[in-house]
Design a protein around this ligand. Structure first.
Ligand code: ADP
Ligand code: MG
Length: 145
């Protein structure tokens, strides 16, 4: 994926979804992608676009895995795992999710709140950070590690 860092600002949820659709064409498994940003920054909204880009699920079917922790979306090109670690506080709880077992050669892990854990921070391939700019602006910065 190139360039190694890039930044855009979207002006609506739909623009963020469109950005995610475009991003999908640049992503090849296996990958661990950390999605960073505060609550409401747009992490889950971005995953809607990525899932659409992979023809894995329509945007409206992609919902937050805050309580279910992991959602899976299948496409011919990749298995997408959308993970939300907001409610996970300890390494031990993280272990119970067995994320390592998900990382098959055709898997892409899209992890919200993964930066809470040093190991995920270390193992991730791409970091995408979303930041609010006013009500409906979001700056999306991605960096390849
Ligand atoms: P997170 O997963 O980071 O907590 P969500 O994607 O669930 O965030 O929520 C983002 C919220 O912000 C949604 O209600 C969405 O409609 C709203 N929003 C407003 N503008 C944007 C934008 N430009 N990009 C993404 N979401 C936006
Ligand atoms: Mg979310």
């Amino acid at each position: 994926m190139s360039p190694s860092t890039s930044q855009v600002t979207t002006r609506s949820p739909d623009e963020t979804i469109a950005y995610g659709r475009g991003l999908a064409s640049e992503l090849s498994p296996p990958l661990i992608i950390l999605l960073r940003g505060t609550l409401g920054a747009g992490k889950t909204t971005l995953v809607k676009g990525i899932a659409e880009g992979f023809h894995a699920a329509p945007a409206e079917e992609v919902t937050s895995p805050t309580f279910t922790l992991v959602h899976e979306y299948r496409s011919p090109r990749a298995l997408l795992y959308h993970v939300d670690l907001y409610r996970i506080d300890t390494e031990r709880e993280l272990e119970t999710l067995a994320l390592d077992d998900l990382l098959a050669p055709n898997a892409i892990l899209l992890v919200e709140w993964g930066e809470k854990f040093a190991r995920l921070q270390r193992d991730c391939d791409i970091e995408i950070t979303l930041e609010r700019v006013g009500d409906t602006g979001r700056t999306i910065r991605r960096s390849v590690r």
